[in-house]
Design a protein around this ligand. Structure first.
Ligand code: ATP
Length: 565
């Protein structure tokens, strides 16, 4: 609002008005009664009219000012867009007076101000709508009155991956009764069969000012709804969903979806929202975070929420493949390319992931020589087998994960800068468990239920002091450490409640407190733990890493350090 301090009274003269118009940018001057209350407005047009009718400078404005004015009270807000649009359409003057709560003029607002207000409203509304569209767990399409698609929700693309904005709805979903929906005679929800899919369809025409402007269609996969009915509502939600996705998992070799990610804290809710958002695009995603924070789980969840869900998810552990065979593993080779090569050659992981997703785990450990080849695949979207003469186009979505600081690796010359920039188009950071300890009770419930089922025990939960201890633990191995701790505690537990003594981390901590010679170096403790883990697993490093709650790469790093002790 622009504050206005000037006003006229009915007996003010044309000259008084001219002086104010000359001094201000006002297009209308408020007219007030003897109590100072707004009773009208004297506009520039009123001035022209009275001059044309022969008024002189001393003529009073009494017969000329506008009495029937739309004005606002200072505390007026528009409750909704329609109210604001109506006002914009109805105002007859460029500036609308604003009065204070007692009815005295205090300023004006102009149309530019109102339009800006309108745009702010539209922006908020648009944000809200697109969030709903991205996250609502059923397929939604909005079309115009002819059936041309304006909006498609992420979930619809899971049922019909090809549906795109700009196309006609019946080109993608032929049996859909669009005519009935647009004419308002579709008594949905109804089951229809379309392209051999069993669908539950609901549809409504969008009617604006009495005219049909388009339609909203809500489409669900009947199989999903039917299968959900079979599950006990009281069971853990993730387990219900997991079983429902079994088919998909079998198909693409994954285990997790967004619903498998346990955690209701704000950070975890943000992560899930972000995962759903990035699932809608095909750009490269860099998932960073400490070991055991759920980076692989996130990668699988993103794949399964994307329209590539029914295609392959290929995982490559960049730290685990020996450098000399890494190129063949990733890009494949032609028959006879080298000694020991298969006669007919072998496709690489990128070819196997064609149409789907490749997950490059521990990307920070990828040898430099391979990094330049990966960069070429990302840029050219084609692969060349070793010993091959042709390149092959591949459509692969790349998800990369690392627990190392790639920025530092770039500075140390161990990671290509250009590859780093290509990888971090979209970034998701999995938070360490110590930053969302409020999720510990939920994670505990989930893992206790999982391992109790596996071991045939009926463990109900943890004792109060256990919960206290766990909430205060630092969790260097994050959720993996918690998971492994519960797995062991369930084995040791002899009752139906896990006690402090069932926790290895508690007994170890107590032992360390009481028995370690004062001043024993931390490196010695680490060494002891690693040696013990290797002893238990008979030298198996993967299992030893699991017991220690760290990644294989982290274990290799620690072993290197120990050698130098
Ligand atoms: N939010 C979560 N909900 C349920 N389970 C989880 C969650 N986060 C991680 N986990 C479990 O913790 C374990 C470790 O997760 P994951 O392998 O995805 O971690 P990571 O960050 O990829 O680890 P690394 O860097 O060591 O490879 C897995 O068994 C996974 O199922």
């Amino acid at each position: 609002m622009v504050p206005v301090k000037v006003s006229l009274s009915p007996d003010s003269t044309v000259k008084n008005a001219l002086v104010i118009f000359r001094k201000t940018r006002l297009t209308g001057i408020p007219v007030v009664n003897k109590d100072g209350l707004l009773i009208g407005i004297f506009t520039r047009f009123n001035l022209y009219d009275c001059l044309l009718q022969g008024a002189n400078l001393d003529t009073s404005i009494e017969d000329y000012y506008l009495r029937d004015v739309i004005y606002f009270r200072e505390n007026k807000t528009f409750n909704n867009l329609t109210e604001l649009i109506l006002w914009l359409r109805n105002v007859r003057i460029g500036q609308t007076p604003v009065v204070d709560l007692s009815g005295r003029p205090s300023g004006v607002i102009n149309q530019a101000y109102a339009v800006n207000h309108l745009l702010d409203h539209i922006e908020i509304l648009y944000e809200e709508l697109s969030n709903i569209f991205q996250q609502v767990p059923c397929g939604i399409v909005a079309t115009d009155e002819l059936g041309t698609i304006n909006l498609v929700s992420v979930f619809l693309n899971r049922i019909f991956p090809d549906v795109k904005v700009g196309g006609h709805i019946n080109d993608f979903i032929p049996n859909l009764p669009f005519e009935k929906i647009i004419n308002g005679v579709w008594a949905g929800p109804q089951r229809i069969n379309c392209l051999s899919k069993d669908l539950i369809v609901n549809g409504l025409p969008i009617i604006h000012t009495g005219k049909t402007k388009g339609a909203i269609l809500i489409i669900q996969d009947a199989a999903e709804i039917d299968s959900a009915k079979y599950y006990n509502q009281n069971e853990l939600v993730p387990q219900v969903k997991m079983e429902r996705y079994d088919e998909l998992f079998k198909l693409n070799g994954t285990k997790y979806t967004i619903e498998s990610i346990i955690g209701k804290s704000t950070v975890m809710a943000d992560i899930k929202r972000r995962a759903l958002q990035v699932a809608t695009s095909s750009s490269t995603v860099l998932i960073s975070g400490e070991s055991g924070t759920g980076k692989e789980l996130l990668a699988q969840a993103i794949h399964n929420a994307s329209n590539r869900a029914k295609r392959s998810f290929i995982k490559v552990n960049c730290a685990a493949i020996p450098a000399d065979i890494a190129e063949a593993e990733l890009f494949g080779y032609e028959g006879g390319a080298f000694t020991g090569a298969l006669r007919h050659g072998k496709p690489g992981k990128f070819e196997l992931a064609d149409g789907g997703t490749i997950f490059l785990d521990e990307i920070g450990d990828m040898p430099l020589s391979l990094q330049s080849k990966l960069l070429r695949v990302i840029q050219e979207k084609e692969v060349e087998r070793i010993g091959g003469i042709k390149t092959k186009k591949v459509d692969v979505r790349i998800l990369a994960a690392t627990n190392r600081n790639l920025n530092n690796l770039v500075k140390e010359g161990k990671f290509r800068n250009d590859l780093y920039y290509r990888l971090k188009v979209l970034v998701i950071t999995a938070p360490p468990l110590r930053e969302h300890t409020e999720d510990i009770p939920l994670l505990l419930d989930y893992f206790i239920s999982k391992f109790s089922k596996e071991s045939g025990k009926k463990i109900k939960g943890v004792a109060e002091d256990v919960m206290k201890f766990l909430m205060n633990h630092r969790w260097p191995g994050n959720i993996r450490e918690l998971e492994n701790m519960v797995e062991r505690a369930v084995i040791y537990c002899n009752n139906n409640i896990i006690e402090l003594n069932d926790l290895e981390i508690y007994t170890k901590e107590r032992k360390n407190k009481h028995e370690l010679p004062h001043g024993l170096a931390l490196s010695e403790v680490t060494k002891d733990a690693i040696m013990k883990a290797l002893e238990i697993t008979g030298g198996n490093k993967s299992r030893a890493a699991k017991i220690l709650g760290i990644s294989r790469a982290a274990l290799y790093d620690k072993l290197k350090e120990i050698k130098n002790l």
